[in-house]
Design a protein around this ligand. Structure first.
Ligand SMILES: [Zn+2]
Length: 261
């Protein structure tokens, strides 16, 4: 009973919190930096939202950014499986291979990938083989998730049917974002099961998902000012969206109010 009450309160808190304001992680620059870049990744997808009809679709509403150790956003991209008629063209694959091709950098240990959806098996494989420093994702992907954890699993106890852990998988860092927007997306995913029937990509075209991505993008603009390092990171992310993607229109992006209660 207590557990149920706690769950209800938690969900109520997720929904009732001010939706255009990101929650600042108190006192921890790394967490705040993660939050800011995660919001920027949502903004990358929001900038070219694919509607529910699928007509003329680029691909799925998934994308991300690659950030170097100095905090610079060095690459961004989005899922383009439809435009290119190529099912390998996930956002993470395009971001990684695009950056590597342009810069001839073989391994990415000094970089962090922020992606709006938990990487699939293909993208996790590329993250593993390129030795990505860290990966942070903005929504868990249920049965398609935890691919690295599965590879890292030692199943030799199963005898002849088991395997040793895949090399290097255990030390790879693929982490859920601490952003409130991840919790909201995962809550809305569960709450709209009758509309998407368990399909994440269908969920990612629903109006409520669109509004959540929009509010996440707005939350970057409204991110609380803190110390100079956080403010500088926020400015990098806002400048990136404003100048690279939104042509200065980011401040006027206004969403309807279905997810702003
Ligand atoms: Zn993928």
């Amino acid at each position: 009973m207590k557990r149920v009450t706690l769950a209800v309160l938690l969900i109520a808190g997720i929904i009732a919190a001010p939706l255009c304001t990101a929650q600042a992680a108190p006192g921890n620059f790394n967490q705040q930096q993660d939050e800011i870049y995660m919001l920027a990744a949502f903004g990358v997808v929001m900038n070219d939202w694919q509607n529910a009809t699928g007509q003329g679709s680029r691909g799925h509403n998934i994308g991300g950014i690659l950030v170097d150790n100095n905090g610079a956003i060095v690459r961004w991209d989005r899922n383009s499986v439809s435009t290119l008629r190529n099912s390998s063209q996930h956002g993470e694959i395009r971001t990684i291979t695009g950056f590597q091709s342009d810069n001839r950098i073989r391994f990415l240990g000094d970089y962090t990938l922020y992606t709006t959806l938990e990487p699939c098996a293909m993208c996790s494989g590329m993250i593993l083989m390129t030795q990505m420093g860290r990966t942070v994702y903005g929504q868990s992907d249920g049965p398609y998730g935890n691919t690295i954890a599965r590879l890292a699993l030692n199943s030799t106890a199963l005898g002849g049917q088991g395997f040793d852990p895949y090399p290097h998988a255990a030390r790879l860092r693929i982490e859920p974002s601490q952003s409130l927007f991840r919790l909201r997306l995962e809550h809305f995913f569960n709450a709209t099961a009758a509309q998407h029937h368990g399909s994440t990509t269908t969920f990612l075209r629903l109006p409520i998902t669109h509004e959540t991505f929009g509010n996440a993008t707005l939350a970057l603009r409204n991110y609380p000012e803190a110390n100079p390092a956080v403010n500088a990171t926020k400015q990098i992310a806002i400048n990136f969206l404003d100048h690279v993607l939104y042509n200065g229109t980011l401040p006027t992006l206004i969403m309807s109010n279905a997810t702003r209660q």
